[in-house]
Design a binder for this molecule. Structure first.
Ligand SMILES: N=c1c2ncn([C@@H]3O[C@H](COP(=O)(O)OP(=O)(O)OP(=O)(O)O)[C@@H](O)[C@H]3O)c2ncn1[C@@H]1O[C@H](COP(=O)(O)O)[C@@H](O)[C@H]1O
Length: 109
């Protein structure tokens, strides 16, 4: 299994690209273009993900989801956030759903 360290490494690369010369990389160029361009890419990749799923093309689906995840990571970085914030939110929800599930059970004496 591929390690989740990839997110850490990608996060460091994205941080470096924020201040890099736009002529040197795709990501540096995207940051330079700004929020509008990043949102456009997120929208495009979301549509391409839907199309791949509808086509029942599993390899294509994985590649499109990777594109979508990647561009949402670029968006988060642009907004001063990171995958850590999303993971924390998912962990918080896991806690909440655990509490909700417990609260819905009859009280044990
Ligand atoms: N994971 C990715 C990654 N996933 C997708 N993409 C790019 O996202 C784009 C996807 O858009 P499309 O499929 O629409 O292809 P396109 O027509 O070339 O895109 P546009 O130029 O029209 O926007 C492609 O240019 C891909 O190369 C990525 N570009 C970079 N990374 C990572 O970011 C790192 C830094 O990248 P650079 O800044 O390019 O060095 C790389 O080492 C990778 O780890």
């Amino acid at each position: 299994m591929v390690s989740a360290d990839i997110l850490e490494r990608l996060d460091r690369t994205l941080s470096e690209r924020r201040s890099a010369d736009p002529s040197t990389s795709y990501v540096a160029r995207l940051f330079h273009k700004g929020q509008e361009a990043i949102l456009k890419k997120v929208g495009e990749e979301a549509v391409e993900t839907i199309m791949a799923a509808k086509d029942n093309d599993r390899l294509h689906l994985v590649r499109e989801v990777a594109d979508l995840w990647f561009h949402t990571l670029v968006l988060l970085k642009h907004e001063g956030l990171s995958h850590e914030d999303v993971l924390a939110e998912l962990a918080r929800r896991e806690g909440i759903s655990g509490i909700e599930e417990k609260a819905s059970r009859p009280k044990e004496d």
